[in-house]
Write a protein that binds this ligand. Structure first.
Ligand code: AMP
Length: 610
């Protein structure tokens, strides 16, 4: 019996990528436009339709308020957190408070949880795979930044469920990258994976040897990535415009989206050229109805000056990680670069200087994480596979004890899965219940760490303080998801939680979302059929229109030729009307006619040698 296909999905801040292992080789699956990555963008169009990926990106400027990007920065976050405050100031879409101290996104008049937005992206990746394989896909391994905490991991798992995918394992992005790097190679090596993507930075140190991938240490910042580099450029553009025209461009959401677009484009261009023009004609009009343009030049040097501190922040984290893992730079044999931002020359230069190693060129920074996820997916489903992945927990875990202190049960960088127990006792005479606050973080003070969840163990025997013994056990699964049990050692009474509520969604809400999305899936598929047809039509249209002036010059001399030109015009109009009216049948029929016209045009051009 053929084994069930499990896909590997890199759910990125900026772009997402899906891969599978086919005949023993991991391959990235291109989307229907032929691209190997798909923008992690979701929008609601004016007619209420949900748009995902490239289609969402194409209309982002004209529909800025209803187009979500970089939502991964918000997943699993609390409403009051610094990350949310920062996003509130910078993104054009509306972020609102959810019912469980969580974050929701408002598009038109609908409110979405961040997991739902992620679900739509996962669903798109699922569809891309299903179209490629011609069969349904139900299971996936999804990657997350190594430094994601429990709530963020749980929220990502929830997203899978809403998308109709069982997430059989969550793995860390840098670990996935190392898996892809080490796949099929017989070697023993200590490597470092430097992963700077659109929203997050991660660094991991791994030991690879004979199919065993052991993470020794990991660290990162879940709010440091390409988006921050873009913002520095936007700030610089806004400040320049303000100086020149005394107008604040930030006030207009559409302008903000246009600025974001040009900023990112300029940043990417400056990875290969030393200077780039930034041009935004008619960016804003003055009170006197006069249009103003933004036109300037950005040099690589200036970009480096604007963003040097961001790059240095990543280098500081690298230094800390090596120190914590008690590894000297000389022990490392390879540095693997992952994430689109590692194309920036300054990043490559600083990484090479810091590690004293030329970064490995053999991996594709945009695809390597999805490939690693696919390798892990295949290892989990195929018994013959000889890969063992030993990951670590990125944060310490423990509970709050008397005085507001944090008692760690599991230290950061412990290999998972793992379990650890510790016995605690009551602090008051006749205390009949204890409240267990489950925390994640590194501070000694409980309030400075992340609260994952809380529960109460009731019914304790009345006794003098210190007499009742309560054993608290932490368990971290291979996904990095935490469950905690408290047990009265005398009576065997116990209470436990799996930390789920902190993803911001209750089980009830999730069930409703899964149901609502099921109805939607049908809609998405038929909508996408039209998008595909339009995509093919537009390609033919482009070519016909580009040949039109030449062909019409050549053939208009005869009556027959004039007739052919007239017919060609009418076919073009028919196709355009079918696109405008979203009429799939008319579009299919019109594209066929247009293809015949194109063949005729090509024939005319090649015969006359024009
Ligand atoms: P990822 O999350 O790995 O897809 O990385 C996306 C980030 O990489 C975005 O911020 C992109 O703007 C950035 N990026 C992609 N290509 C380049 C490039 N050539 N130079 C600089 N940054 C890039």
């Amino acid at each position: 019996m053929p084994t069930e296909k499990v896909v590997g999905i890199d759910l990125g801040t900026t772009n997402s990528c899906v891969a599978i292992v086919e005949d023993g080789t991991p391959v990235v699956i291109p989307n229907r436009g032929g691209y190997k990555t798909t923008p992690s963008m979701v929008a609601i169009a004016e007619n209420g339709k949900r748009l995902v990926g490239h289609i969402a990106k194409r209309q982002a400027i004209t529909n800025a308020e209803n187009t979500v990007y970089a939502s991964k920065r918000l997943i699993g976050r609390k409403w009051g957190s610094a990350a949310v405050r920062q996003s509130l100031e910078t993104v054009p879409y509306r972020i609102v408070e959810g019912p469980h101290d969580d974050v929701r996104i408002m598009l038109r008049d609908q409110v979405f949880s961040v997991s739902e937005i992620a679900a739509y992206i996962l669903q798109e990746m699922k569809l891309i795979t299903e179209e490629y394989l011609g069969e349904e896909v139900q299971k996936a391994v999804v990657t997350v930044p190594a430094y994601f905490n429990d709530a963020q991991r749980q929220a990502t798992k929830d997203a899978g469920r809403v998308a109709g995918l069982e997430v059989i394992r969550i793995i860390n992005e840098p670990t996935a990258a190392a898996l892809a790097y080490g796949f099929g190679k017989t070697m023993e090596r200590r490597v470092s994976v430097y992963d700077l993507g659109g929203g997050t930075f991660d660094i991991s140190i791994l030991e690879i040897g004979n199919g065993v991938f052991e993470v020794m240490s990991t660290a990162g910042d879940t709010f440091l990535g390409g988006e921050d580099f873009d913002r520095r450029i936007i700030d610089w553009l806004v400040a320049g415009f303000q100086r020149e025209h005394k107008i604040d461009l930030r006030k207009d959401k559409m302008v903000l989206q246009r600025l974001k677009d040009v900023a990112e484009k300029a940043k990417c261009e400056l990875s290969s050229v030393r200077e780039t023009e930034i041009n935004l004609p008619f960016i804003i009009s003055t009170g006197r109805n006069e249009a103003l343009h933004l036109q300037t030049t950005l040099s690589r040097e200036k970009l480096e000056e604007l963003t040097a501190d961001l790059v240095e922040r990543t280098i500081d984290i690298c230094a800390r990680t090596l120190e914590e893992a008690e590894i000297s730079k000389g022990d490392l044999e390879e540095v693997i670069l992952v994430g689109g931002m590692t194309r920036m020359p300054l990043v490559q230069q600083r990484v090479a200087e810091f590690f004293g190693l030329e970064p490995c060129k053999g991996v594709h920074p945009d695809e390597v994480v999805a490939l690693g996820a696919a390798i892990q997916a295949s290892a989990l489903t195929d018994e013959k596979h000889e890969i063992l992945l030993l990951d670590v927990t990125p944060h310490s875990l423990g509970i709050m004890i008397v005085g507001g202190y944090f008692h760690k049960l599991i230290e950061q960088n412990t290999t998972v899965p793992t379990s650890k127990s510790h016995v605690f006792t009551t602090v008051k005479d006749n205390q009949t219940s204890v409240k267990i606050l489950v925390l994640q973080g590194e501070s000694d003070r409980a309030e400075e760490n992340e609260l994952l969840g809380e529960f109460v163990l009731n019914g304790l025997r009345r006794a003098p303080r210190g007499e009742v013994e309560i054993e608290v056990t932490f368990h971290i699964s291979a996904d990095g998801i935490v469950s905690v049990t408290a047990r009265d050692l005398e009576t065997g009474l116990e209470q436990s939680i799996t930390v789920t509520a902190t993803s911001g969604l209750t089980e009830d809400e999730l069930k409703k979302m899964v149901e609502a999305n099921k109805d939607y899936m049908v809609e998405v598929r038929s909508g996408q059929e039209f998008d595909r047809a339009r995509h093919s039509a537009e390609k033919v249209l482009d070519e016909v229109e580009s040949l039109f002036p030449r062909v019409s010059d050549i053939i208009s001399g005869s009556d027959f030729g004039q007739d052919a030109v007239k017919k060609a015009r009418s076919v073009i109009e028919r196709v355009r009307a079918a696109i405008a009216h979203k009429d799939l049948a008319a579009l299919t029929e019109g594209t066929e006619a247009l293809s015949r016209t194109l063949n005729m045009f090509r024939g005319v051009v090649s015969k006359t040698g024009a």
